[in-house]
Ligand binder design. Structure first.
Ligand code: CA
Ligand code: CA
Length: 149
């Protein structure tokens, strides 16, 4: 019925006659092919754990991992919710970038060492909808920072 050369002749004719229409048909065909089988599955992005603890003055490395490598960079925005004083921390800016062909990246949380005696701080870090990936599980991590004074 339809051979590749038939289709290509058909498209060539179509493009010659109605260039825009031809491109439109080609676009639909590509879209149809894409949704069949060759759509690359997006990797999932998640934390590796739900709980971490760090001592005041130290840095915590919160690892975000993919379930498989991807051919393009992935951006993972994240949100931090905390009752802690924001001045007490230096945090990797959102979004976190996971470079093409790697499976992990790190959100670094450096806590500032002060001389105050405090209760432990709790920071909830949650991953938001990534670019070039989908959310996996777990997507929230609780970081506890223990006072050292
Ligand atoms: Ca201290
Ligand atoms: Ca302190």
């Amino acid at each position: 019925m339809y051979t590749l050369s038939n289709i290509s002749t058909f498209l060539t004719n179509l493009r010659t006659q109605i260039p825009f229409g031809g491109l439109l048909v080609l676009g639909f065909m590509l879209a149809a092919c894409d949704s069949n089988s060759d759509t690359p599955e997006l990797p999932t992005a998640s934390f590796t754990t739900t709980e971490q603890e760090v001592s005041e003055g130290a840095s915590a490395e919160l690892i975000v991992q993919l379930n498989e490598v991807f051919s393009e960079d992935i951006l993972v925005p994240f949100t931090i919710t905390s009752n802690a004083n924001p001045d007490d921390y230096v945090i990797t800016p959102s979004p976190l970038k996971i470079s093409a062909d790697s499976t992990t990246a790190v959100i670094e949380v450096s806590s500032i060492d002060d001389d105050l005696t405090e209760e432990p701080d709790t920071l909830f870090v949650s991953l938001d909808e990534p670019t070039n990936a989908v959310l996996g599980d777990p997507l929230m991590l609780r970081l506890t920072v223990i006072d050292n004074d």
